[in-house]
Design a protein around this ligand. Structure first.
Ligand SMILES: [Zn+2]
Length: 481
């Protein structure tokens, strides 16, 4: 069945495949490109419904690939989410846990190792300090480029690399791969992560993006983002949240441009062999929902958990699938599309049969964690337990245990619903069953020494309640403080 257009929604719980079944990808041997964009909400992509056409490259990928409408991040923080992407294990099943920068990924086979074993040339180009090689995500990559030349605007110790610099390194590497070996390339772009400051000519293009909250916000003297502008996000003289949302959109537009350059180069390189391309984000961003601004990691809420998930591969036709799917599906899906065996004991599903229309999407629950909170998502339901602290973080003050469910309305708004007992049972099983599997992977002394040598005085976190440095911008009183 072919349905034109991209805005058609499937009936609840059913497959919406808009492509012919039976086509086979040309893999094995296809090149594989995994793109993760930091802090990119699915709903800021035009193909996912954002009104402005700021993502032509991602939209073009969706226009010839398959877009999963309900893709859920395994975590709402960078390091845990990427560890789940690379291992096909939920946050409670890998050694990074829900921590973001002071634990290492150890003991589990990775996606890159699987490609390397199969004879692929492997390379990663990352842009966020918590993904540096000391975090253990480099395993299996022959090249792991984590040179981060700049620090954030308001935080000296948070190093990063803009999209152009990271993408150019990836393009150079691709040009150097003259042999006939297939490549597995992971490109991570940081730009939508705050502070929102796209370079020219991408800056100044968007005036405002209307948010539910109107009026002006104060700048907080810390980074929580609760009822104010996080310290690290503050732009001189800027208090209008709609302006911050516009700056966020400009960063997405900038990243999208370089995504397009890398996809084009990969396809040119692959030629008739073809390339398997999967684009997702590690997590979203709060833009005023429930009083949180320009921050992530503080909960498992939909604006943080819902990420893009788009797959293009030889033999796949354009389509949309309702889902839900998860970060833990990334590795099994890429390996299956490349004709390779999956990772042992994976928690994710190879989505290949769904992508080819050979199988109906599963009506399932997928899990999302952050520190002190776990959630189960269906395609239109969200149930969370707050207070479910991971056992490897005894220093975290316990929060009272609460649970709630919400349902997605036809207007796209999450409304409180009756507590979903099926989701609660699944969550309880997930939390209790997986706790024993978490082998806390604190960073080895030599890695802590490396951090200190680089000038870091403390573990790094995206979500940091403490002031990161004194000085401007001056804290202002704000509502609720
Ligand atoms: Zn991130």
């Amino acid at each position: 069945m072919k349905i034109p257009g991209l805005a058609v929604l499937a009936p609840l719980g059913f497959c919406l495949l808009q492509f012919a079944c039976g086509a086979q990808p040309k893999a094995p041997g296809a090149d594989v490109l995994l793109i993760t964009i930091d802090t990119l909400r699915a709903d800021y992509i035009h193909a996912y419904g954002f009104p402005l056409e700021i993502t032509p490259s991602i939209d073009a990928l969706a226009a010839r690939g398959v877009l999963f409408e309900n893709a859920i991040a395994a975590a709402t923080l960078t390091a845990p989410a990427h560890a789940s992407i690379m291992t096909s294990r939920y946050v409670r099943e890998h050694s990074v846990g829900s921590r973001n920068g002071d634990t290492r990924l150890e003991g589990l086979p990775t996606l890159a190792e699987r490609f390397a074993e199969a004879g692929y040339e492997t390379a990663a180009f990352i842009s966020n300090v918590v993904l540096r090689r000391r975090m253990g995500l480099d395993r299996g990559f022959a090249t792991y480029d984590d040179e981060l030349p700049a620090s954030e605007q308001n935080r000296d110790r948070y190093f990063e690399r803009p999209a152009e610099a990271t993408a150019r390194q990836a393009l150079t590497w691709m040009a150097d791969q003259a042999g006939n070996q297939p490549v597995f390339l992971w490109l991570h772009l940081q730009d939508p992560h705050g502070p929102y400051s796209a370079p020219a000519p991408w800056s100044g293009r968007i005036d405002r993006v209307a948010l539910a909250m109107r009026g002006e916000l104060g700048v907080l003297n810390q980074n929580s983002g609760r009822a104010g502008i996080p310290f690290y996000q503050a732009q001189e003289g800027l208090r209008d949240p709609a302006r911050y949302a516009a700056l966020y959109a400009e960063e997405i537009q900038y990243a999208d441009h370089w995504v397009g350059q890398v996809i084009s180069a990969m396809e040119k390189r692959s030629g008739a062999r073809g390339s398997v391309i999967l684009l997702t984000a590690d997590h979203g961003e709060s833009l005023g929902e429930n009083g949180w601004f320009f921050q992530h990691g503080q909960s498992t809420a939909p604006e943080l958990a819902r990420v893009p998930f788009i797959v293009a591969a030889p033999g796949l036709e354009r389509g949309r699938i309702r889902g839900p799917v998860s970060h833990v599906d990334v590795a099994p899906t890429l390996l299956a599309l490349a004709g390779l065996p999956g990772l042992p004991d994976a928690s994710g599903r190879p989505l290949r049969a769904q992508l080819l229309g050979e199988e109906s999407p599963e009506d399932r629950l997928v899990f999302c964690d952050t520190d002190g909170e776990s959630a189960a998502y269906g395609s239109e339901s969200w149930t969370r337990i707050v207070g479910s602290t991971l056992s490897d973080r005894p220093e975290t003050p316990p929060r009272p245990i609460q649970s709630e469910s919400a349902l997605l309305s036809a207007e796209g708004i999450w409304l409180p619903g009756e507590l979903d007992s099926q989701a609660m049972d699944a969550l309880a099983e997930y939390i209790e069953g997986r706790a024993a599997l978490v082998a806390a992977g604190p960073m080895a002394p030599e890695h802590i020494e490396e951090l200190r040598a680089l000038g870091y005085g403390a573990p790094l976190e995206d979500y940091d309640e403490e002031p990161t440095r004194s000085g401007p911008p001056a804290p202002e009183p704000h509502a609720g403080s």
